[in-house]
Design a protein around this ligand. Structure first.
Ligand SMILES: C[S@@+](CC[C@H](N)C(=O)[O-])C[C@H]1O[C@@H](n2cnc3c(N)ncnc32)[C@H](O)[C@@H]1O
Length: 299
């Protein structure tokens, strides 16, 4: 199964754009500004500027500093930064700093999406493609890029999300592991559907096959008008979100299709997967992608 050299280059660039590997210096600039702000507001001696510059002078100095921001960091620091992006790690190892990337998942899990979809296309596995837990849309945008490159846009791409953040879970495992992950505490995880739509539009990825499924998984997934899935990707973090999605959708995954669990490395999510697999006697081998993600192929 081959694509043109043009599409190959497109996919490689798209992947880098979605995880913001191309503009790492923006993130360095953000870190610089945050550090500078903290040092100034905490009345510490600013790291880079004289304490009492006029606003105009400060603006100019800041602009110059940001312009040359790459030089503030050594090649080793930049390398380490790129290495972390492999596994979806962001500045200061803090997902709140994932301001510019459209996906927080990193390179290895992006490449896993490509691996699964290419096998699906090659083996003509029937069904749509779905991401449950969309955030800014990046992983789903990559799926759409792949559908486009391989001329498979007759498959629907389903985007299921509350588009208002992670729900409050009453599951003990979620409560003890995550605490409060509601939108009040993590507004950065609540991305509304219009923003996601705009991200798709910006990269010319919004086609008629892209379907938004808004609401809590336990209310929307069961009755969604989906007959078959070739790829089911779960990225809802919680025990509840993972279990609800498997319960509603795994029976719709075609034989030869793939299930990707983005958060398998997190205890509550892993427990939900293990419980569901045991309950349904699923023996297909779980393959580990990186420190978080795992997947299996449905026999
Ligand atoms: C970690 S983010 C997804 C990251 C994304 N896949 C990417 O490419 O970066 C988790 C998303 O799951 C959604 N979510 C989690 N549990 C949910 C549930 N039970 N119902 C609806 N949306 C949920 C949140 O709103 C959030 O957008």
């Amino acid at each position: 199964m081959t694509i043109s050299a043009g599409y190959e280059a497109y996919l490689q660039l798209l992947e880098k754009v979605l995880i913001n590997e191309v503009y790492l210096e923006q993130e360095l600039a953000l870190k610089f500004l945050v550090d500078h702000h903290l040092q100034t507001t905490q009345n510490l001696k600013p790291r880079f500027f004289k304490a009492k510059a006029s606003p105009d002078k400060l603006k100019k100095e800041l602009a110059l500093k940001l312009h040359a921001i790459e030089e503030e960091f050594t090649p080793e620091e930049r390398e380490a930064f790129l290495e972390q992006r492999q596994e979806g790690k962001h500045i200061d190892d803090d997902v709140a700093m994932a301001v510019f990337a459209y996906s927080m998942i990193g390179k290895k899990r992006m490449q896993n999406i490509r691996y699964c979809l290419e096998r699906i296309f090659q083996n003509k596995v029937e069904g749509d493609v779905m991401e449950c837990g969309v955030w800014k849309g990046g992983a789903a945008m990559y799926m759409q890029g792949l559908l486009k490159a391989y001329q498979e846009e007759d498959r629907n791409l389903w985007l299921a999300d509350s588009f208002e953040g992670i729900p409050v879970s009453s599951h003990p495992s979620d409560q003890s592991f995550f605490g409060d992950v509601s939108a009040q505490t993590y507004p950065n995880l609540a991305i509304n559907g219009d923003r996601v739509k705009n991200h798709f539009k910006k990269l010319d990825l919004l086609g008629p096959n892209v379907k938004f499924l808004k609401g809590w998984f336990h209310e929307t997934l069961e009755k969604a008008p989906i007959s078959k899935l070739a790829l089911l990707r779960l990225d809802g973090d919680l025990y509840d979100s993972t279990f609800d999605a498997l319960n509603a959708l795994y029976p719709k995954v075609s034989s030869g299709g793939f299930v990707i669990i983005d958060d398998f490395g997190l205890k509550p999510c892993r427990e939900a997967v293990e419980y569901y697999r045991a309950q349904h006697a699923i023996e297909a081998k779980l393959q580990i992608i990186d420190s978080l993600g795992a997947y299996w192929q449905k026999p």
